[in-house]
Write a protein that binds this ligand. Structure first.
Ligand SMILES: C[S@@+](CC[C@H](N)C(=O)[O-])C[C@H]1O[C@@H](n2cnc3c(N)ncnc32)[C@H](O)[C@@H]1O
Length: 298
């Protein structure tokens, strides 16, 4: 996650519209992103992944203590690895996503290894505080921080309306998308809403003095999307059904939703900017109001 000082290379990275054609047609075998969640699941159980993680860890510890009681000669790394394996199996039984199993496998062995280094407890607290500032509610939203690259930003620039427009980056990170766009399109107004204090603070510093960027700390779900001509999201597969519902409810006819990397399940985009033309990321472009009455199934 490379952070750049304000202004550096940002203009050079943006290419004119004529260089960015080659859009996938919507009928070109676009598969909806597979997802095991929908909006109602998320709303009802926003802490589910966290609860599952804690449960799997507790089960791992309960089983390893049972093994110790039964006389298993486990100490040190073997004990930690045993707990990791049992927690990973518990995670699998609890039907967590696969990558959680890997976390479980490594979690206790890494704690054991770190304990050998003799690092002071204060450093762990400091590292936790820094991570918390940057990842904030990621455990609940399941949207981590990663940044839009310069080539993707150039592709988004070409998707902006020709006339002056209002643009929202919902979950704006450090403003890596908005600042170059704002520099390239002084006629447009760009709003960035970011929940996590760490990236928001960096974004605030970097965007200071950019008059057409309105940089806010808050929750983009609380914002009315009706005032925007383009809403950009770079989130994760998890909130996409809810993003789509909000966009359909609120966005005006003619307004566009652009999702970096994550397709809306069961909705057909107007077109897709292929990864080869957008910095290795597909850009899914939708007209939510156009789909309001008759959502097209994929
Ligand atoms: C993958 S990053 C994308 C950052 C930025 N849009 C970019 O493209 O560089 C997603 C960001 O959304 C933020 N986020 C997630 N849910 C949010 C919410 N409900 N309101 C505001 N920000 C949110 C996260 O904190 C994270 O920084």
């Amino acid at each position: 996650m490379a952070l750049r000082p304000p202004g550096r290379r940002r203009r050079a990275a943006l290419r004119p519209a004529a260089e960015m054609p080659c859009l996938l047609r919507p009928d070109r075998a676009l598969q909806p992103a597979p997802t095991r969640y929908d909006a109602s699941t998320l709303a009802a159980f926003p802490l589910m992944p966290l609860i599952r993680f804690v449960l799997a860890q507790l089960l791992g510890w309960a089983l390893i203590f049972a093994a110790l009681k039964a006389g298993a000669p486990l100490t040190g790394l073997w004990l930690a690895t045993g707990q990791g394996v049992l927690a990973a199996l518990a995670s699998r039984a609890l039907r967590a996503e696969r990558w959680w199993h890997v976390f479980h496998l490594a979690f206790t062995p890494l704690i054991w290894a770190a304990s050998l280094l003799g690092i002071g407890a204060g450093w762990y607290l400091a590292a936790f505080a820094v991570l918390a500032l940057f990842y904030w509610t990621s455990f609940r939203t399941q949207v981590p921080l990663f940044l839009t690259n310069a080539t993707t930003t150039a592709a988004v620039l070409d998707l902006l309306p020709r006339q002056p427009a209002q643009v929202l980056d919902a979950g704006a990170g450090t403003g890596s998308l908005l600042r170059p766009l704002a520099a390239a399109r002084p006629d447009c107004r760009f709003v960035g809403i970011e929940a996590a204090p760490g990236p928001w603070l960096i974004g605030r510093w970097l965007a200071a003095g950019t008059p057409n960027v309105d940089w806010r700390r808050g929750d983009f779900w609380a914002e009315d999307w009706a005032r925007y001509d383009l809403v950009y999201t770079f989130l994760s597969p998890v909130p996409m059904p809810e993003v789509w519902a909000k966009a359909q409810r609120e966005m005006r006819p003619g307004a566009r939703l652009v999702s970096n990397s994550f397709a809306v399940p069961e909705a057909r985009p107007d077109f897709v900017v292929p990864a080869a033309r957008a910095g290795g990321r597909e850009l899914y472009v939708y007209s939510p109001a156009g789909n309001r009455k008759a959502p097209i199934k994929g």
